[in-house]
Design a protein around this ligand. Structure first.
Ligand SMILES: *Cc1c(COP(=O)(O)O)cnc(C)c1O
Length: 385
């Protein structure tokens, strides 16, 4: 089986993890901070907060931005459910903005129209979660301009996009946003097994997220109410969680960070090779926006129903039978039973739904060989011939 994504673990990664296992701290030790600094430094953000998943990072980021009951969070329907669920964890209402048919990212025109309408109804969002689909940044300049006009916060879900760039700045610089979140699940660009990091330029947001990841507890006497009782003393200031990452995971992440640019470079090469070699087939290939350098987490094609009678489902099954681990990203979140129960229905976000019907993610990962890629290309060509 050629999987759609795969992690890469080197002997160096293993040695880094083993060194932590032999050390005095296997969680909450010195490696967490080293990893946080490496991620924040790479992005040009000032603070990094490591947690046990991107889902946790999204949750505490929403809380730090003040999202609560009675508030609204908007995101894209073409994402993993976690980008929307973080709003629900905080008791907020979730709504979606349809996608751009070229980039598959949240459409800034659709956003502008929806905001204008929401303003008249008094239903403006507090937080917007733009998702950098497949590793390609959203139109952050357009989104920032709307945030300035309507006063919402921006939380970038960059789970696919570490190592990517937007207008010559790393994704995660937070130049246009309040907080950016990365995922280190094994199918993502680099991995910690499970894990996530939130980066920000705002010191107050960083303090708040650091507290929320560990039970809402502070050990900083300046943050306490009244006097500290002594060196052992801590105070719980609010209701937080145990969302901590371990040093074992951080050691793997720090070691993987050293190869981030190599990984993304290789993903780019393979994506360009797909672009060239699939160009004659009745497929829509990914659009590359000139403002972006994609981290190429996914290579998503759409079967073009106007040029082939072969449906997406048939092509998908045929490729799977041939041992090619294709996948589909994503089932529009608003069509999930949980979100339908909240009132959404088929037809609410037609561009996203049309995309979903034809989309297939092809295998793409840094250790994929050209021989493996040729097998994928050959199988697709045979099926569509
Ligand atoms: C993977 C992913 C997440 C969740 O990441 P975890 O680290 O598994 O919690 C959130 N959003 C998007 C877009 C993702 O792809």
């Amino acid at each position: 089986m050629i999987p759609y994504g795969r992690h890469d673990i080197t002997e160096g990664d293993i040695a880094a993890v083993v060194a932590v296992l032999r050390s005095d701290f296997i969680t909450q030790g010195p490696v967490i901070e080293r990893f946080e600094k490496a991620v924040a430094g790479y992005c040009g953000a000032s603070h990094g907060i490591a947690v046990n998943s991107a889902t946790s990072a999204l949750h505490i980021a929403c809380l730090a931005l003040g999202l609560g009951a009675g508030d609204r969070l908007w995101t894209s329907p073409i994402t993993f459910v976690a980008s929307a669920n973080c709003g629900r964890y905080c008791g907020a209402q979730v709504d979606f903005v349809d996608i751009d048919p070229l980039t598959y990212n949240l459409s800034v025109e659709a956003l502008a129209a929806k905001l204008a309408q929401a303003e008249t109804r008094g239903t403006l969002p507090k937080v917007l979660v733009p998702v950098h689909f497949a590793g390609q940044s959203c139109d952050m300049v357009g989104i920032r301009a709307l945030a300035d006009r309507y006063g919402f916060k921006i939380l970038e879900d960059a789970s696919h996009a570490i190592g990517g760039r937007y207008r010559d700045e790393p994704v995660g610089s937070c130049k246009y946003s309040d907080i950016t979140v990365f995922s280190f699940h094994p199918v993502k660009i680099i991995t910690t097994g499970e894990g996530g990091v939130a980066v920000t330029k705002d010191a107050d947001l960083a303090v708040r997220m650091t507290r929320l990841r560990s039970h809402g507890i502070t050990r900083d006497p300046r943050a306490m109410q009244g006097e500290s009782d002594g060196h052992w003393y801590y105070q719980q200031l609010e209701l937080g969680f145990n969302y901590r990452m371990t040093d074992i995971q951080a050691a793997l992440g720090y070691s993987q960070m050293q190869r981030l640019d190599t990984y993304v470079g290789r993903r780019q090469e393979l994506a360009e090779r797909y672009d060239t070699r699939l160009s004659e087939l009745p497929l829509v290939r990914p659009h590359r926006h000139p403002d972006t350098y994609s981290a190429c987490h996914l290579y998503v094609i759409q079967v073009d129903p106007e040029r082939t009678p072969l449906g997406r489902g048939v092509l998908f099954n045929r490729l799977r039978q041939e041992g090619i681990g294709v996948n589909v990203h994503y089932i529009p979140v608003h069509t999930q039973p949980y979100y339908r129960y909240l009132g959404f229905k088929h037809g609410d976000f037609p561009v996203a739904e049309r995309f979903y019907v034809n989309a297939i993610s092809l295998p793409l990962y840094p250790t994929m060989t050209e021989e493996q890629q040729n097998i994928v290309i050959e199988s697709i060509s045979m099926a569509l011939r």
